[in-house]
Design a protein around this ligand. Structure first.
Ligand SMILES: NC(=O)c1ccc[n+]([C@@H]2O[C@H](COP(=O)([O-])OP(=O)(O)OC[C@H]3O[C@@H](n4cnc5c(N)ncnc54)[C@H](OP(=O)(O)O)[C@@H]3O)[C@@H](O)[C@H]2O)c1
Length: 311
């Protein structure tokens, strides 16, 4: 049976790999071979029977299907170049990337891997860390049918509740992910604005949160909780659920693609400017919802609320 490899154990990757390892442990005692820049983050996976491998190239040589879940395009391309720019055989291997990257990055990777007779499946995901922990992510996948047929059983009801098949052009699922994040970032901005409105008018954030969850669904309700629990500005020694720089990267990908197609994204510009301002004010350790801190400041409140870190 094909050995499965995993690289990238961040906020999303660790939760996803954990569900995959639990699934593999039922059928394959051999288990998931995992790697990460910070290997110590794999301790929970090791406890579940996963096998650490600090060298990406050695991981690839032992696996037929290799998942990656890293922060951005540069990290992904640098990682894959370790094996594409070596003499290592990649023939018939399937690389599955779940990160959010630009469709052009996907195009370059597809070409590089094709040169090495390997397949690439772009499989970005929708849903944050709690949804990843529950194994209920929505995946958009695109790439050669051979690859999607092999990989779908490792996703459906393992890491995800739904697989949207975008066909054989791997760039299409990357495009869908970028489009989806236009909604994500705008929704974070909308919920932040409503919560500042509720606080400043004396309505109260509790009633507002109840309404958001009931009337606009669990995703919007979860975004509200990021504000009211202070998760928008978590403690400095923790990892944000969806790092503000990752969301700014996603918005910038959307702007690039949009401008090439003569599409304007004015609401996304407002939300992105607020995220950039939040990062300038409070640094990297912020969730994407931290535009809320700037919206608070614009209303005469402190950036921090009573549940967030205080500086
Ligand atoms: N968080 C969300 O809600 C969410 C939802 C959907 C999609 N996404 C996308 O999923 C991807 C991962 O997100 P995440 O929230 O899991 O990010 P994250 O917590 O910041 O983790 C990033 C991962 O990339 C690795 N990494 C970062 N810089 C690296 C470098 N220079 N060299 C090697 N490895 C490096 C990190 O390694 P270390 O552990 O060593 O730092 C970690 O494994 C991103 O593309 C993001 O846009 C995120």
């Amino acid at each position: 049976m094909t050995r499965i490899g995993w690289y990238g154990l961040g906020s999303m990757g660790l939760a996803m790999a954990t569900n995959l390892q639990k699934h593999l442990a039922k059928s394959t005692p051999g288990s998931l071979l995992y790697s990460n820049r910070t290997m110590a983050r794999g301790a929970p996976l090791k406890a579940l029977g996963g096998t650490p491998e600090s060298s990406f190239s050695k991981l690839v040589s032992q696996c037929g299907i290799i998942f990656t879940m890293v922060s951005n395009d540069v990290v992904l391309e640098n990682l894959l170049s370790i094996v594409t720019h070596s003499n290592q055989s990649l023939k018939d291997k399937i690389f599955v990337d779940c990160s959010t990257v630009h469709p052009e990055t996907v195009g370059r990777i597809v070409r590089e891997l094709k040169r090495k007779e390997a397949d690439f499946l772009a499989a970005p995901v929708f849903g944050g860390n709690p949804i990843a922990v529950d194994g209920k992510l929505v995946f958009a996948i695109a790439g050669p049918k051979r690859a999607s047929d092999a990989v779908k059983p490792l996703i459906q009801d393992v890491m995800g509740r739904k697989v949207i098949d975008c066909g054989e052009d791997a760039q299409k699922s990357a495009l869908l992910k970028i489009a989806g994040n236009i909604i994500t970032v705008n929704l974070l901005e909308a919920v932040g604005e409503a919560q500042v409105f509720a606080e400043q008018t004396g309505l109260g954030t509790g009633a507002m949160e109840e309404l958001i969850g009931e009337a606009f669904g669990p995703v919007a309700g979860g975004y509200s909780k990021r504000l009211t629990t202070g998760a928008y500005a978590p403690p400095l020694d923790s990892r944000p659920g969806f790092g503000v720089s990752l969301a700014i990267k996603d918005a910038n990908h959307a702007f690039t693609v949009a401008s090439e197609s003569n599409v304007k994204l004015p609401a996304l510009e407002v939300a992105t400017n607020n995220m950039v301002a939040a990062r300038e004010y409070a640094g990297e350790c912020l969730d994407a919802s931290s535009m809320y801190g700037i919206l608070r400041q614009k209303a005469g409140l402190e950036f921090w609320n009573e549940k967030s870190r205080q500086g």
